[in-house]
Design a protein around this ligand. Sequence first.
Ligand code: 5GP
Length: 109
Amino acid sequence: MHSPDTIFHKILRKEIPATVVYEDDEVLVFHDIHPKAAIHLLFIPKHFVASIADITPETAHLPGLLILKAQKFAKEKGIDGYKLTFHVGKGGGQEVPYLHLHFLSEQKL
Ligand code: 5GP
């Protein structure tokens, strides 16, 4: 089965612009285009998985990786209050079928 080509694949390949705030070998972090808080970032792994619903023992480290990156980012930016959310499936409000962690805070970057 081919993996889908989502908007986040295109952002990763820099085919469409995004306001990237952090990137390393494992993750890309960028501003959500429709922010729902003063800071609304999306943390995505470079390794593609569609959703928490598709996590297997082989990819079970990815949600933890995103959480660790979010924790490190918050510490470095002095953000001590934030919300982390995974939407899972259409019924869970997931629009983009590429695993992502929402990071929301009312503090300023
Ligand atoms: P979901 O609802 O799938 O959990 O979250 C997808 C998020 O991606 C939404 O909050 C939406 O605003 C954001 N989004 C959708 N398309 C784009 C885009 O082209 N660029 C950026 N930066 N964010 C997007």
